[in-house]
Design a protein around this ligand. Structure first.
Ligand code: ADP
Length: 453
């Protein structure tokens, strides 16, 4: 650690006994005081040199003593421990006030005394308060008036005013007082506004923090509820499969053993039982699949283009039967859950082909757009389209349109929604009935790294 850093830390530890809140005006005032002291202490020895020269030239040796005294006072303020920061500030301001008056007395109006007095007023306003600055202006005004009257009434001899008339004296000092009042008043207004802003910001931050906490809690409740629902769906689907299997077996046994003795209508009813139970088995399997979705998912980087090419092979039969065309250009490599992502694309492509118009060949276009922190994918078809009143409902579980015309379970898009959500994204559709649909979904680029759940 450099010497300067060590010095800075030591002074800071001496001055700031307790931690100041950053959202507080006094924090900034204290910081300003700290830096004035830090640099003042470091550079005040340099002022001793001009002090010595000036003393030698003018014969005022007390200027050197004053410089040395200033250095000692700064040393005490920077390193003496048991002094409160407010007291340190008062000592500094009072001492500088004394220095200014000594300079004024010794070097007269031509010296730096007046500028010094003005600076002390500003410093006191910045590091302490407007009140202290007004007090120093008042003391200055009283002393100036007293000296001014002394010129006229000659109570005692003052070298400071030797060449001045009362009127010129007041002309000079009134300017200083006037300027000090204006500057202090302006600073005071700015500080009050700053304080108000800081308080408002603090309240706002507190509200935001509270809201964030509440949101995190709500998200947790939602996650738990979702998990509970998944568990519930899984249990129901699992438990219902057993009685369903017995139903199917007994229906099958009844038909094969007693076919001759069952009247035709009875056989028809039994065959209905068989098809319905087969359908129910499919639904239960889909529900199980839905509940399991995302369990044991693994994050990896994969090529979407490769996945589409694999899907073209997997869906070959559906594609050729419907003479569907799949069109895509450049598709990116992304980070995500590959198995689930493939299922998502498969559902959307299969749906695009399935919900085609009778009289038109189907074309499915796949596109990807890169955004700042996500990937947006578009799957566009020229199929039957979806009425806008169904645009949201189709993503809910078991929601199907055109039940009699197209086969399905009503779980495909619910699966898609769940997969997109585990990828930190959204899914939605834009569609014009009889013209076609575009399914959009997004995938976050900032998924957590390899985490098996
Ligand atoms: P399923 O395909 O098993 O019916 P989905 O959840 O995949 O169930 O779809 C829900 C409903 O959304 C479908 O029944 C269908 O009416 C509609 N749909 C889905 N994809 C398309 C599409 N590409 N074009 C027109 N309608 C669609």
């Amino acid at each position: 650690m450099s010497f300067w850093s060590k010095y800075k830390i030591t002074v800071a530890r001496t001055i700031f006994r307790q931690q100041d809140s950053i959202q507080n005006l006094s924090y900034y005032r204290n910081q300003l005081f700290f830096y004035i002291l830090l640099y003042g202490l470091a550079f005040s020895p340099i002022a001793i040199i001009p002090g010595i020269i000036a003393s030698y030239r003018t014969g005022y040796y007390n200027l050197v003593i004053l410089n040395i005294l200033t250095f000692i006072v700064l040393l005490i303020l920077g390193f003496a421990k048991p002094i409160k920061i407010k007291a340190r500030k008062l000592i500094l301001v009072s001492f500088l006030f004394g220095v200014a008056w000594t300079l004024l007395y010794q070097l007269k109006l031509e010296g730096p005394g007046l500028i010094y007095l003005f600076s002390v007023t500003i410093v006191s306003c910045l590091i302490h308060s407007g009140k202290l600055a007004y007090l120093s202006i008042l003391i200055n005004a009283i002393i100036f008036t007293f000296i001014g009257l002394n010129i006229e009434f000659k109570w005692f001899h003052l070298p400071l005013t030797e060449n001045h008339q009362m009127i010129t004296w007041f002309g000079i000092v009134v300017n200083l007082i006037f300027l000090s009042i204006i500057i202090v008043a302006c600073f005071d207004v700015i500080f009050k506004k700053l304080e108000k802003n800081i308080i408002q910001q603090r309240t706002l931050n507190e509200t935001i923090n509270n809201d964030n906490l509440k949101m995190a809690e709500t998200q947790k409740v939602l996650r738990d509820k979702n998990e509970e629902l998944n568990q519930f769906a899984h249990t129901i689907a699992h438990d219902l499969k057993e009685p369903l299997r017995s139903m199917q077996t007994f229906a099958h046994l009844t038909i094969s053993r007693y076919q001759e003795s069952i009247p035709e209508k009875g056989q028809e009813f039994l065959s209905h039982i068989q098809t319905s139970s087969e359908r129910m088995a499919i639904l239960l399997d889909s529900l199980l699949e839905y509940a399991q979705l995302g369990k044991g998912k693994r994050i990896s980087v994969f090529s979407v283009k490769d996945i589409v090419q694999e899907l073209e092979k997997d869906l070959n039969q559906l594609i050729t039967e419907n003479q569907a065309k799949i069109i895509y250009n450049s598709l990116p490599k992304i980070k995500g859950y590959e198995i689930e992502f493939k299922q998502l694309l498969q559902n959307l492509i299969a749906n695009a082909i399935k919900f085609k118009k009778d009289d038109e060949d189907i074309t499915v276009k796949i596109k990807a757009n890169e955004k700042a922190d996500l990937w947006e994918f578009l799957i566009t078809d020229n199929g039957i389209g979806i009425e806008s009143k169904h645009k949201e409902k189709i993503f809910t579980i078991f929601h199907r349109l055109h039940r009699n015309k197209f086969p399905g379970t009503g779980l495909g898009l619910a699966n898609c929604k769940k997969i997109v959500e585990i990828h930190g994204g959204n899914i939605w559709v834009d569609s014009i009935p009889e013209k076609g649909s575009t399914f959009y979904f997004t995938i976050s680029k900032n998924l957590e790294t390899t985490k098996n759940e």
